[in-house]
Write a protein that binds this ligand. Structure first.
Ligand SMILES: [Zn+2]
Length: 320
């Protein structure tokens, strides 16, 4: 498949290529070894919808506002018309799937199979894995969606991102979500092998820990200690399972926060320094990352006694 070049996105041509893969459609393959932290794609949304008021009607209207060349690019993407989408059409537009014009059916099924809120043309070609080696985030300073590699990738390896919030979920929980995208995941975390099942046990543990954390209120010293134990365990599993996307950053951040609440500033600093995992996930030009660096620097000074941690930094941690 040949990709049109007149989209606004940029990709690292010398590092990645778009290639037809058996049973997967087009995927993105590393042409060379890519070190973690490398940005491989940066692009504006091809199809942009107001996420506050996203409806199927708005998606169709947004597609009608595309320039002819953009519409052509959009219609190249793979679509999936799930039963859920058909029910949503009935509810939202008041017509059966068959009553919709063919172009609208195509627009909606492409949206359903590719949208991360908005649809990104280049990024849409990156396939899913439950152990992704790349991640995406909207970069406010670039005003673009950036796709960054989160661990070292070898030449020939496929680049993957996670389509769902599934780090702390089991295989069956993740697959239930992925059904909406119209495929059965066969990544190493989902394969029906001894190793796959072993990985799933770890995910089951993460799920239980995540639930404990969500239900708990940590106000007393004892409860903060329990919270700290939970997030430490979560971070350890995530790290050992190669789950190094922004979910790991959340675990580190939570651990730093509990240590601050327990007034263990040295430990808080150690965890906060690990929040720098964001460097590989979002890059140093990401505005929130710059803030993290400043706060970590401030914590270093506080621990070494030169200056206490400012109220605004403390607030940043406590805000969660
Ligand atoms: Zn999977």
């Amino acid at each position: 498949m040949r990709l049109r070049r007149e989209t606004q996105g940029k990709h690292a041509d010398h590092l990645i290529e778009f290639k037809e893969l058996p049973q997967k459609g087009v995927g993105v393959i590393a042409k060379a070894n890519i070190p973690r932290g490398t940005r491989v794609i940066s692009e504006q949304a091809l199809l942009e919808v107001d996420l506050e008021t996203v409806t199927l009607k708005n998606i169709v209207s947004a597609s009608e506002r595309l320039l002819p060349s953009q519409q052509e690019s959009y219609l190249q993407l793979h679509g999936y018309d799930s039963d859920l989408l058909k029910v949503a059409v009935k509810y939202d537009i008041g017509k059966s799937w068959q009553e919709l014009p063919e172009l609208h059916r195509k627009v909606l099924s492409i949206y359903a199979a590719n949208a991360f809120g908005c649809v990104f043309f280049l990024g849409s070609h990156i396939n899913h894995s439950c152990i992704p080696n790349a991640t995406l985030a909207y970069n406010e300073s670039l005003k673009e969606e950036a796709f960054d590699v989160i661990r070292d990738i070898m030449a020939g390896e496929e680049l993957t991102v996670m389509y769902i919030d599934g780090i702390n979920r089991t295989q069956s929980q993740r697959q239930a979500e992925l059904d909406k995208w119209g495929f059965q995941c066969t990544c190493p975390a989902c394969e029906d092998t001894a190793q796959g099942r072993q990985r799933d046990k770890k995910r089951a543990e993460l799920f239980i820990l995540d639930q404990k954390l969500a239900k708990a209120h940590f106000h007393t010293e004892g409860s903060c200690r329990r919270g700290l134990q939970i997030v430490q365990r979560m971070a350890a599993i995530q790290k050992s399972e190669g789950l190094v996307n922004r979910q790991l950053r959340i675990s580190y951040y939570d651990a730093a926060r509990y240590c601050l609440e327990l007034k263990e500033h040295r430990m808080a600093l150690l965890w906060a320094e690990k929040v720098e995992v964001d460097l590989y996930c979002v890059g140093e030009d990401y505005p929130e990352y710059k803030k993290v660096l400043l706060i970590v620097e401030e914590m270093r000074n506080a621990v070494h006694g030169s200056k206490p941690l400012s109220e605004s930094s403390l607030e940043w941690f406590m805000r969660g």
